[in-house]
Design a protein around this ligand. Sequence first.
Ligand code: IMP
Length: 468
Amino acid sequence: MPAASSSIASRSPAAAHHTPRAGTGLATAVVGLQWGDEGKGKIVDAIAPKHDIVARYNGGANAGHSVVVAGERFALHLIPAGILHKGKPAVVGCGTVIDPDWILKEIDGLAARGVDCSGLLLSDRAHVVMPWHKDEDELRERWLAKTSVEPIGTTKRGIGPCYADKVQRGTAIRMGDLLRPDVLAGKLASTVPFKQAIIGAMAAALGPALPADYAMPQYSAQALAEHCAIWQARLGKYITDTTQFLLDAQDAGKSILLEGANATLLDVDHGTYPYVTSSSTSSLGAPAGTGLPLASVGAVLGVMKSYSTRVGGGVMPTELIGNPADEALAQTIRTRGREFGTTTGRPRRVGWLDLVAVRYSVRLNGCTGLCLMLLDVLEGHQSLRICTGYRASDGSPLPFVPDANWLSAVTAEYQDFAGWQGDISGVRSMSDLPTAARRYIDFIEEYLATPISMVSIGPGREQLIEVK
Ligand code: IMP
């Protein structure tokens, strides 16, 4: 166990490490510490008023941030949650991949509910998710299943293939290209036949593993150029050099909130590879994905659930699975926590809180503060467990290693805690929480040796306790 810090109840207000950065020019990053869906959208929404600009730095329409405002639920995929604050610039940075049809759907959906999207800025360097990226995503997953390798379990939003093209360069299309129909026409003329050949070869390799009604995609450079012209007409006004915008804003002393998507254990370099997404999801990705210098990130808020969830493939050492009692418990938590993917609707896998994994994420991100989410979901149990160590089959302790093969060899070691009864969703101060809940929180804070700044006890904006 790391050295104990002072308990939450006894800390002074100055210890709340989510200091507003208004006017300092320093940025605050908000990152997920587990496998996603921790509630980052709610935290971004809560602290956006203390910042001048909100900027997303990674991922694409695979992410799903849900925010409840005045009882109304907003599910955002590509647009930063900061858009819900009128007049605040919402930047989608150069480290993202943008599916124009998706973002248009999102803009239209928000507009229909009275949300003003005029503050949206899309990086001209962000990459465009093209139709072949989604087709390739699906065929690659089918290929893994056919060859008896556990599929990644992607969202099939074309994320991996789009990032792969970014790195390949020659066949990539960026948002800025939409503003140059002449350049785009040349790119489409070169890329379309190549992608058609690749998709055809992949489908042929899959053969009977494809469903009988599989419709082979047919790409036409002409039809795509026309579709791109629609994207340009509707999105052109938002596309700009967001790197310059952010650097200028920082020079002017503006405070920037960096919104991470997906989460640390899904980071392409630092997550549970290969069961990860294809971008740099941790705070380490924020400078590259926005163009802001490293030293400009002044605070890193790590967002974690009070338990664990994961959607898609890959090992999860504390998963509640394998016997009826554990599976019933997982189902209770899943239902109470609405643990179904915001993006795909898939039921999320559920497990006990894994502090070994979270401690790794806290260190990697350099967290200055923590937000503990969904505490209300855990009410009503006699006892709760927290994983505090990993063991090998011979009983020797093992560290967290971000590799699926290594993690599949560990056995989780638990510490038990008393549960609490009754509805805590109306509680508004730490001192009004049941003693058992406070002990659970204090233990987490002490183990992670990082102050907890906020505790969430329900989906609403008002159901967030600021730790003083
Ligand atoms: P991809 O990002 O669609 O390629 O999916 C790769 C893996 O990341 C899959 O296991 C997805 O379920 C997971 N994933 C991607 N984005 C999120 C997210 O925002 N929340 C939870 N899981 C995600």
